[in-house]
Design a protein around this ligand. Structure first.
Ligand code: HEC
Length: 388
């Protein structure tokens, strides 16, 4: 314990780690959620401020790379603790944590008068830490799939890409909510904990949250980490070399991750001219007969030929495929079908128009032909050209 500053909680290197995590996490959350909720007004505003979706996606990937590098470093510190110092990392889960968790729950709901006595890291902190580890693993795996969809689908089925997207977005939301609800509450709301800035906790804070750790330090037990001896130094040298190699392999993995394929990074260039996205097969003629300036038509003068050419194969040919006979004026206009094929002066109620407008009849009039038939019906479906 340093007499005036209090009790050391986080070394400088751990605080640096926290700020790296803080920076990359916040950046990832912001640049990710605006993509997940792309239609939200605030997303559109933020994407605009950041310089457009392309820039947002690049920033997201840079932050992801920082997080992956920090994870490799963090893994090194854990392995160093276990393999070189031969001591349990402070966040190691023990059976005691389960008891603490239950007691804390009972305390929180008022069924127990005292909070459980906890050591350097409380069960609340451990739960958060393991959620973070699990979440990061999930985000890195699904992030890889989204970043490298072709590499992924060369060995996995295509459905994993939308599945990965759903998981990536859902886990992101979960992580952000956990930080806001769980982390902010425990570290900032319940009591503002400054140790991530200063590195130290006061005696009162230690008594309140970490009484067992306080007792251990007061009893003069050396903090787990401060026992340099020759054996540790020797193990440390071996570890530095071995983990150096492992870290290089992991770095190569990260490099592969971010450079393997550009498919998901490159987007189709913005079209400069307007493109027709959907063209209706048979446009619905919505022009009233009067405004349609096609020449007046009659059965004898064109319409009959139109049916002959397009419809008679099935409607009245030598081997009729359909009951409706469209080869003569009588059978067409005076048909006795459920819905009359032609209702003079009522094109919209005529089955011929209805059938054609669905666009999936075996034979279709061209838009102009359909407009002619439509007009002809609207004009009363005359047999012969009207005498002027
Ligand atoms: C490849 C064959 C084929 C061609 C060509 C064809 N139809 Fe049909 N059509 C059918 C079949 C099959 C039915 C349904 C048969 C039935 O129920 O009698 C049908 C039904 C219809 C009906 C509904 C008849 C009823 O019983 O209510 C109309 C109206 C119709 N066709 C109009 C046309 C028009 C107009 C054309 C020309 C543009 C045309 N069809 C060309 C096969 C064809």
């Amino acid at each position: 314990m340093s007499a005036n500053r209090g009790y050391l909680r986080f070394k400088v290197s751990q605080r640096v780690e926290h700020w790296l995590l803080f920076g990359s996490f916040t950046t990832l959350a912001l640049t990710g959620l605006v993509q997940k909720f792309a239609q939200a007004e605030i997303s559109i505003w933020l994407v605009g401020i950041l310089g457009g979706i392309e820039t947002v996606r690049i920033i997201h990937r840079i932050a992801a790379t920082v997080l992956m590098l920090e994870s490799i470093y963090h893994l090194g510190t854990i392995l160093y603790q276990v393999l070189v110092k031969r001591s349990r990392p402070g966040l190691w889960l023990t059976g005691r944590d389960i008891v603490n968790g239950i007691q804390l729950l009972l305390y929180n709901v008022g069924l127990r008068s005292e909070r459980p006595q906890q050591g350097k890291f409380t069960v609340e902190e451990k739960v958060e830490y393991y959620s973070l580890v699990w979440g990061t693993v999930v985000m890195i795996i699904t992030g890889f799939m989204l970043w490298n969809p072709i590499a992924t689908t060369s060995s996995l089925p295509g459905q994993v890409i939308p599945a990965a997207k759903a998981v990536h977005g859902g886990e992101a939301l979960l992580a952000v909510l956990a930080i806001i609800l769980w982390h902010f509450y425990h570290v900032h709301v319940r009591h503002f904990n400054r140790s991530m800035f200063t590195g130290y906790l006061s005696k009162e804070e230690m008594e309140d949250e970490h009484p067992l750790e306080l007792a251990r330090v007061e009893a003069g037990e050396p903090p787990q980490s401060e026992q340099p001896d020759a054996k540790v130094a020797a193990r440390s040298r071996v570890f530095t070399v071995v983990y150096g190699v492992v870290a290089l392999a992991l770095l190569a993995g990260v490099y592969y991750f971010i450079s393997f394929e550009q498919t998901a990074l490159e987007t189709v260039p913005r079209a400069t001219s307007e493109a027709t996205l959907f063209a209706q097969l048979t446009p619905v003629p919505q022009i009233a007969a009067a405004s349609f300036d096609a020449p007046l038509t009659s059965w004898d003068d064109g319409i009959g030929d139109l049916f002959q050419a397009k419809c008679s194969v099935c409607h009245g040919g030598t081997i009729p495929l359909a009951d409706l006979d469209l080869t003569s004026y009588e059978t067409t206009v005076l048909s006795d079908t459920d819905i009359p094929a032609v209702v003079p002066s009522n094109a919209a109620g005529s089955n011929i128009i209805l059938q054609q407008q669905t666009g999936d009849h075996p034979a279709l009039f061209t838009p102009i032909e359909l407009a002619k038939v439509y007009t002809w019906i609207e004009l009363g479906a005359p047999r012969a050209a009207q005498e002027e």
